[in-house]
Design a binder for this molecule. Structure first.
Ligand code: ATP
Ligand code: MG
Length: 412
């Protein structure tokens, strides 16, 4: 792949202009955001080859050298914190170079969108936008846009200017002696760069909801650590592998994830043996929270994340949440609480976890599910039921058997 320069604008594009930042991101948060975003982009694309990420006044520039730009674009689409990005032609800020680049950019746009350059009955509509941050450029914005429009009309047959909702927009951004010319703006995922908000422990089942809850948390800048409760040999290797696959998908959107596979069988058996049937689900969940909190404290995670919703299943009533939540002082984030199931499914499909989640492997909870779980567990009765259990001993023993698997971004 050739380099773009002031004369050779026909070379394949190798610069991507990145727009970022949330409205309202202020003060000290901004440099932290920028630093983390640059680091995350480097991590996301670094293994592809020679790629340089630099800051240029309120934007980032990704320079792609001898690497397939489409792969870089696909990866940037999975980095939280990006508002949008555009493959650009980078040329010297001279009228001659800008004119030439705008023609190339328009041709690239037409080719990309499948518009024909041959005479056709329907003209391709366009407009030119100019942002002249560098005031030393000799032509003012409005005048430059007008002249570029004329240049494109003269240079490419079948074009027509349309200011409102045209087929294509050719944009010129002139800053600090350089001009960036582009005809494509790809929306980013938005949100905050993973890592700026600290770390939290995701209770990751093999279901549909908890991976989505994890993804939503990452979107708010939270780095994930995950815990899965496994009831070996009642739940087999396949169900563990399924959760590992979910972690692999999640790492594509953020940093690395440590998955703690907690051995839950002995706890479940003990609960089944000693506790009244109606409180078993509640007590089991209380153990999950306790163990998740232990590991969270151990790994520097500040909160727990679950895929719980309200009213979806019997254990997800507010009364039930009160009884379960009682065992931890950590904040419990429940990012999918505001969604209907079909909305959660839609996100799961978009992010790539759905097909994994619907694989039919047993979850530890379904195995020991009582026929009539209490939907409004009484706290006192739950406390009494737990008196027969050696809570500390059970947790210690289970934690000792917990195995940790690490997943890295861009791993095969
Ligand atoms: P999901 O689709 O995430 O499994 P769900 O709708 O099936 O959720 P429940 O089975 O009631 O709901 O689980 C509620 C939450 O408890 C899950 O979203 C998850 O955060 C946590 N959880 C349940 N089972 C496990 C497990 N085996 N390991 C880790 N976390 C679990
Ligand atoms: Mg479940």
């Amino acid at each position: 792949m050739q380099k773009c320069s002031s004369v050779d604008v026909n070379a394949s594009c190798e610069y991507i202009l990145v727009r970022y930042g949330e409205i309202g991101l202020k003060g000290k948060n901004r440099p932290k955001f920028e630093k983390r975003l640059v680091g995350n982009i480097r991590c996301a694309v670094g293994d592809l080859g020679r790629i340089n990420v630099s800051k240029i006044r309120g934007r980032l520039m990704v320079k792609v050298d001898e690497v397939d730009t489409s792969e870089v674009i696909e990866r940037l689409g999975r980095v939280f914190g990006l508002v949008s990005f555009s493959p650009v032609l980078r040329v010297d800020a001279t009228p001659e170079a800008v004119f030439e680049a705008s023609l190339t950019s328009m041709q690239q746009g037409m080719e990309r969108e499948g518009y024909s350059t041959e005479e056709s009955s329907e003209p391709v509509t366009f407009r030119v936008t100019v942002n002249r941050a560098d005031k030393t450029f000799p032509i003012q914005s409005m005048e430059l846009a007008r002249q570029l429009g004329g240049h494109l009309l003269a240079g490419i047959p079948g074009l027509k200017v349309k200011l409102h909702q045209p087929d294509l927009i050719v944009s010129v951004d002139i800053r600090e002696g350089q001009a960036f010319v582009f005809s494509q703006t790809i929306p980013g995922l938005g949100g905050l760069p993973v890592g700026v908000s600290g770390k939290a422990m995701l209770l990751l089942s093999g279901g549909i909801d908890s991976p989505v809850a994890g993804w939503m948390s990452m979107k708010r800048g939270i780095e994930l650590e995950a815990i899965h409760f496994h009831s070996f040999p009642f739940t087999g290797e396949k169900s563990k592998e399924k959760v590992a696959d979910l972690c692999r998908v999640l790492t594509r959107y953020g940093g690395n994830i440590n998955l703690h596979v907690a051995h839950f069988t002995d706890i479940q058996k003990e609960i089944q043996k000693k506790c009244p049937e109606e409180f078993r689900v509640t007590i089991m969940r209380r153990f999950m929270y306790r163990m998740a909190q232990r590991l969270a404290e151990h790994t520097g995670a500040l909160a727990l994340i679950t895929g719980e919703s309200v009213g979806q299943v019997a254990s997800q009533t507010l009364e039930s949440m009160v009884a379960i939540n009682e065992v931890t002082l950590m904040p419990v984030l429940r990012p999918v609480v505001g969604f209907d199931k079909y909305q959660i499914v839609k996100i799961a499909e978009q992010i790539g976890t759905y097909d994994i989640s619907i694989q039919p492997y047993e979850d530890c909870c379904t195995l020991f599910l009582p026929k009539h779980p209490s939907t409004k567990p009484n706290l006192e009765k739950v406390h009494t039921a737990e008196e027969s259990l050696d809570i500390e001993g059970l947790i210690e023993a289970a934690l000792e058997k917990t195995e940790t698997l690490s997943f890295y971004r861009n791993e095969a």
